[in-house]
Design a protein around this ligand. Structure first.
Ligand SMILES: [Ca+2]
Length: 98
């Protein structure tokens, strides 16, 4: 039973990782000004049904590390790197359990 749960969580991680790879900064930057505004970020996150507007706003504030009100490509890269690092940690832990 535990083994099935580990497999399921591993599959969920793999799925979310591949979904993330389909996203590019340019896709989210709707007006192509080189920054993702709060509006662009929230509409991207909510359009996929992934998050509520409130959750998307919290995520935006997390990623906007210099609190400029805009997400730069560097800030987005840092957020994606932190996310994939977290996911690979999860994968390693699952392999150890198996
Ligand atoms: Ca923009």
């Amino acid at each position: 039973m535990t083994r099935y749960l580990v497999l399921l969580s591993f599959a969920a991680c793999a799925f979310s990782a591949s979904a993330g790879e389909n996203m590019s900064f340019a896709t989210v930057d709707a007006n192509s000004d080189g920054f993702i505004s709060e509006t662009e970020f929230v509409s991207w996150k909510t359009s996929s049904g992934e998050m509520s507007p409130a959750d998307a706003l919290i995520k935006f504030i997390e990623i906007d590390s210099d609190a400029s009100g805009m997400i730069s490509e560097a800030e987005m890269d840092a957020a994606m790197a932190a996310k994939s690092e977290h996911e690979s940690d999860g994968g390693t832990a699952s392999e150890k359990k198996m």
